[in-house]
Ligand binder design. Sequence first.
Ligand SMILES: [Zn+2]
Length: 71
Amino acid sequence: MTIKLCLDCDHEIDLGLTPTMGQRVKCTHCGVILEIISTDPTELDWVYDGPAVNVDWGKSWWRLSTPSTDR
Ligand SMILES: [Zn+2]
């Protein structure tokens, strides 16, 4: 079992037996959503919600508001 401390309130967060990259966990104390960004060692980071999630900023961010014209 892996325990990490919440980045916001230092409350212990149980990551389960096998933390995986990209896994999201919620602090039961303050409710913040954190994401596992590394598993060796296990590191948490804040999840940045919004329309830009999972966007490749290098080449396609401007397509967000463009209707898909793919055939
Ligand atoms: Zn917290």
